[in-house]
Ligand binder design. Structure first.
Ligand SMILES: Cc1cc2nc3c(=O)[nH]c(=O)nc-3n(C[C@H](O)[C@H](O)[C@H](O)COP(=O)(O)OP(=O)(O)OC[C@H]3O[C@@H](n4cnc5c(N)ncnc54)[C@H](O)[C@@H]3O)c2cc1C
Length: 422
């Protein structure tokens, strides 16, 4: 191993990516910001990091940077210069794109050909492809198109030894475990994703929206689960409790306890209409009925056309399996009441694993921001956890032992995004 000096290391990085794409920030423990333009350049950066035992942190848009404050020299590797569509196969409905390409840009390129990455929540559009694949969250799943990683047909990545690997792009890959799967959600600890081949979809021929009133949150959840069990594939779904509906839709007053369900279906016209009708039947079966379509239209514009939502960001997000959704909602409401506050919620991001409940807390008629309600949020989070929910937005604090063993085997020097995933 070469002794570390800032100058020698900076020179090694400059050989890899050209001096103009290396910036050194900070003093005693500098952060070396590099922006490679190719997978080959990433290989060289990784080799330099390994040689000098310098931790390496990939960064997409940088919404959730993985590096800790200055405590030792480190490299922050931006993928922004890897932002091309490499190949688009319209017959096979496959696109190969580089890791630094933004979701919105990819969607724009596909839209010109009548294609789309799919009906995923808008967070996908504001992330890079590498960031989308590196972090698996419910924000990247949809009832209609499943989990984003299911669209991944092949991945290219640079491993900790500086080797570039390409997982096999062939129907029914039959040999060995699927490294592409392991790379998705690995947050850069196994490899730096350089590009991926994704399955894409034709833009839907028709889209329908619906708005429904149901006698309770339980009934609304039951209606949605009934429809999903019947293999309805909505492009979007959201349930609001009565308080949340009042906060999100000016002038809307629902009797206490009732729930608003808004839904979108999409696809070939007949299929989209069929999904809409099955959902409507499930609503009727749970004692509900149609209401003002304008509510669903406004919800959709907020989600996909940038119209602002008039409410602060929820203070607590909890994922729950279908069977635990109602229990989690009730447990947090009860815990908030014990703490002298009120909880209101909407439920969305439905997929086969369940959905996410987004809670907002109020006291004396005022919304409490997460930063000002630490103890309340903590007690509600504990109640949600006991009821079978999974808290979102936090990094894993402990990696499963078999993943830890894998991480140590592929990255014995611990340079690949240390500090994430336990
Ligand atoms: C722990 C965690 C939980 C999150 N939970 C949610 C959630 O519940 N709902 C939601 O909508 N969003 C969530 N996000 C936001 C999520 O970060 C974004 O949806 C998206 O991943 C950010 O993309 P980005 O391009 O900004 O990536 P960045 O914020 O730059 O990076 C995100 C992570 O991915 C790594 N990474 C980036 N690019 C690559 C690459 N090419 N190869 C390997 N690793 C890479 C980074 O080192 C970092 O660890 C969460 C993020 C994190 C980190």
């Amino acid at each position: 191993m070469s002794p570390f000096t800032t100058a020698a290391f900076e020179a090694a990085l400059a050989r890899a990516v050209d001096a103009e794409h290396v910036a050194v920030k900070g003093g005693v423990f500098p952060a070396f910001h590099v922006a490679p333009a190719s997978a080959a350049e990433i290989c060289e950066v990784v080799v330099a990091c390994r040689e000098h035992r310098v931790p390496l942190h990939p960064a997409g848009v940088g919404g959730r940077p993985s590096y800790a404050p200055d405590d030792r020299p480190r490299v922050v590797l931006a993928t922004r210069r890897l932002a091309q569509v490499v190949q688009l196969d319209e017959t096979s409905l496959l696109v190969e794109a580089q890791a630094g390409l933004g979701g919105l840009e990819l969607e724009r390129i596909l839209a010109r050909r009548g294609l789309s990455v799919g009906d995923y929540p808008p967070v996908v559009l504001s992330s890079t492809l590498g960031g989308i694949l590196a972090v698996r969250t419910p924000g990247k799943s949809s009832a209609r198109h499943g989990f984003f990683e299911d669209a991944v047909v092949a991945v290219s990545a640079v491993l900790a030894n500086g080797r570039l690997v390409h997982t096999r792009l062939a129907p029914r890959r039959a040999t060995g475990p699927d490294l592409a799967r392991a790379l998705c959600g690995s947050e850069g600890i196994i490899g730096i994703i350089t590009s991926a081949v994704l399955r894409v979809h034709r833009k839907p021929e028709a889209r329908f929206l619906g708005a429904y009133l149901l006698p309770s949150i339980d009934a609304a959840v039951s209606a949605v689960l009934l429809a999903l069990r019947e293999e309805v594939m909505p492009s979007g779904l959201r349930i609001y409790d009565s308080e949340e509906a009042g906060a999100h839709f000016e002038g809307l007053v629902l009797p206490e306890g009732q729930a608003l369900l808004v839904a979108g279906t999409a696809g070939p016209t007949d299929l989209a209409a069929c999904d809409r009708d099955l959902l409507g039947s499930a609503v009727v079966a749970e004692g509900g009925g149609e209401t003002d379509l304008g509510l669903a239209e406004l919800w959709w514009r907020r989600l996909h056309a940038g119209e602002p939502t008039p409410a602060p960001a929820p203070a607590l997000q909890v994922m729950a399996r279908p069977s635990r959704l109602r229990a989690v909602y009730a447990a947090v409401k009860a815990a908030a009441a014990i703490a002298g506050a009120a909880a209101r919620a909407h439920i969305s991001r439905f997929d086969v694993d369940g959905a996410v409940v987004f809670f907002t807390f109020c006291r004396d008629g005022h919304v409490l921001l997460a930063a000002d309600a630490g103890a309340l949020v903590a007690s509600c989070a504990a109640a949600a956890d006991t009821a079978g929910g999974w808290l979102l937005g936090a990094r894993a604090t402990k990696l499963d032992s078999y993943l830890l063993a894998l991480k140590r085997a592929v990255d014995p020097d611990g340079i690949m995004n240390p500090g994430v995933l336990g």
